[in-house]
Ligand binder design. Structure first.
Ligand code: HEC
Ligand code: HEC
Ligand code: HEC
Ligand code: HEC
Ligand code: HEC
Ligand code: HEC
Ligand code: HEC
Length: 336
């Protein structure tokens, strides 16, 4: 596609620059840029929406009397500019996803029933995003407990924050932090009865007590992702999306604590594709996370040293036996 968003951006920028010359309006909203690209909508977003949603205290005005007054923005309706402009959808207008009706305040009732876009509406069957395999993720999601048990109340947005989303599994180097962020997606709901109440009538059961079969559960839950135990393994996508009922979850220590640890096909899938057999360690990528998974990590150097030590011990034991069995009796014979 030649006329994509980027080329249009560049074209508009050139035309504006030509028309305006070097005269710059000092009062405009600070420009939002990423590399050579610039958001076309930062100013509209600011004036239409963030003027209220980007603040914890916003102002309402009565257009008839001209009176105005300050009010608090509820935390769940606050949108952080910083995080929004760092997300994958940074170049968007708020109105790309929300209906024009939101331009008036109070927002009319029908705006609350807007049928929003799903990820698949924009990303499905688009070669630009082929590496993510959105179609396959969607198919898996539709088999998950979240889709099948919630009667349409659930969508991809329940886990992927509409305004702040960035794909984590492809970032290497900040393993622990990404495990935490990934698990927050689940605990946001599974640790919060109010949020849970939006999608089900069922009472929330506390998650942590159900994981006390693990030694040091806090430490385990900080070192692996919920999805590593709760989704069906899938080799063809990077992040499996079929969350199963709890009775099918990984519950065998050896699934992780062994040389062919499932973690190499889940948590460490991306890293293990990038670098095989790092640092002379079997499953060396696990160290990129400051983890030592007993049984799953093995150092070739340590193994070799181990073998040499065992070898020396055997030799020593052999020699010792020879002395004890053959030479000592001779000695005793002389002593007695
Ligand atoms: C004058 C301040 C103000 C402006 C401007 C404003 N909003 Fe709101 N918006 C609010 C407040 C306050 C709420 C929470 C109360 C409510 O739901 O009416 C809200 C609620 C919302 C909700 C949640 C609706 C729901 O069903 O829970 C959305 C979505 C939203 N606004 C989007 C927008 C968008 C998009 C824009 C820009 C086009 C915008 N708003 C502009 C004040 C504002
Ligand atoms: C990529 C699409 C997309 C863009 C861009 C977007 N939104 Fe949203 N927004 C959504 C979706 C989807 C929801 C509903 C989330 C849910 O159901 O959990 C939502 C919900 C909201 C809510 C309700 C509170 C919440 O987080 O659930 C507010 C307020 C809001 N958006 C404001 C904005 C503002 C302001 C902007 C621009 C800075 C914006 N949105 C840009 C998709 C988007
Ligand atoms: C309204 C259309 C729309 C919706 C809905 C939407 N996206 Fe996007 N998405 C885009 C566009 C356009 C870009 C490219 C933005 C840019 O680079 O300026 C993008 C970028 C991305 C990227 C970065 C791709 C790359 O390789 O650079 C990811 C990942 C992504 N979206 C995931 C999602 C997920 C997950 C959802 C649903 C939770 C979703 N998107 C919903 C249109 C959409
Ligand atoms: C139950 C929570 C949940 C739901 C529902 C969900 N996802 Fe995800 N998704 C995750 C987690 C956790 C990750 C891993 C963290 C990451 O990479 O962002 C992820 C990762 C992704 C990625 C990045 C994969 C990659 O190759 O880098 C994409 C794309 C994605 N999801 C799309 C979707 C789409 C599309 C839907 C709806 C059809 C969806 N997700 C529904 C939890 C969920
Ligand atoms: C928006 C809320 C929400 C989010 C986010 C969420 N879940 Fe759930 N989850 C539910 C609901 C609701 C059910 C119950 C479905 C039912 O049985 O009625 C459920 C069920 C489950 C079950 C099955 C429990 C059982 O009784 O067998 C597992 C396992 C699970 N979720 C794991 C996860 C994981 C892992 C994540 C993050 C990747 C996640 N959930 C994110 C709401 C959520
Ligand atoms: C090491 C594997 C493992 C990890 C990691 C893990 N789980 Fe579990 N989870 C299980 C097993 C096994 C069960 C079933 C326990 C039982 O039958 O009592 C379970 C039970 C559950 C249940 C069912 C609780 C109920 O309603 O009975 C939910 C929900 C759940 N886990 C969510 C999560 C979330 C959220 C995370 C991440 C913070 C997570 N799990 C991390 C293995 C795991
Ligand atoms: C989903 C994979 C997974 C499963 C299943 C699992 N572990 Fe672990 N385990 C890990 C990881 C990853 C670490 C590394 C934690 C760290 O470095 O902080 C670990 C660390 C440990 C440690 C050392 C942590 C400490 O507190 O010193 C012990 C002991 C352990 N696991 C025992 C077990 C036992 C016993 C089971 C079964 C009941 C089990 N693990 C199941 C992934 C797993």
């Amino acid at each position: 596609m030649i006329l994509n968003r980027r080329s249009i951006t560049v074209f508009i920028l050139l035309v504006t620059a030509a028309l305006a010359g070097s005269a710059q309006d000092q009062d405009t909203v600070q420009k939002v840029t990423r590399g050579a690209e610039m958001s076309l909508f930062a100013e509209d977003n600011e004036n239409n929406c963030l003027v209220c949603h980007g603040r914890l205290v916003y102002t309402i005005t009565d257009t008839v009397s001209g009176l105005s007054r300050k009010e608090l923005m509820a935390e769940h309706n606050f949108i952080s500019r910083d995080a929004f402009y760092k997300s994958v959808h940074w170049s968007f207008s708020c109105l790309d996803c929300h209906s024009e009706g939101f331009k008036s305040f109070p927002h009319a009732i029908e705006t609350r029933f807007e049928t929003g876009w799903g990820c698949i509406d924009c990303h499905g069957y688009d070669p630009t995003y082929a590496q993510y395999k959105f179609e396959e993720i969607d198919a898996e999601y539709q088999k998950s407990i979240h889709y099948t048990a919630t009667d349409g109340a659930f969508s991809c947005w329940q886990c992927h924050d509409a305004h702040y989303y960035n794909p984590l599994a492809r970032e290497t180097g900040s393993g622990r932090e990404n495990i935490l962020k990934s698990n927050e997606m689940c605990l946001h709901c599974h640790g919060n009865p109010d949020i849970m109440g939006l999608v089900t009538e069922k009472e929330l059961t506390m998650v942590l007590p159900r994981h006390e079969w693990l030694p040091d559960p806090d430490r385990h839950l900080a070192a692996v992702r919920c999805i590593d135990c709760h989704t069906r393994m899938n080799d063809s996508i990077l992040v499996a999306h079929e969350v199963m009922t709890a009775d099918s979850a990984v519950n065998d220590c050896a699934d992780c604590h062994s040389q062919n640890s499932i973690l190499m096909g889940t948590l460490y899938k991306y890293a293990s594709k990038e670098s095989r057999d790092q640092q002379g360690f079997v499953n060396g990528v696990i160290f990129s996370n400051d983890s030592y998974v007993i049984g799953a990590n093995r150092s070739k150097f340590i193994s070799l040293t181990g073998m040499i030590i065992i070898g020396l011990v055997l030799v020593f034991a052999g020699v010792h036996t020879v002395f004890r069995v053959i030479i000592k009796p001779v000695k005793r014979y002389y002593e007695s």
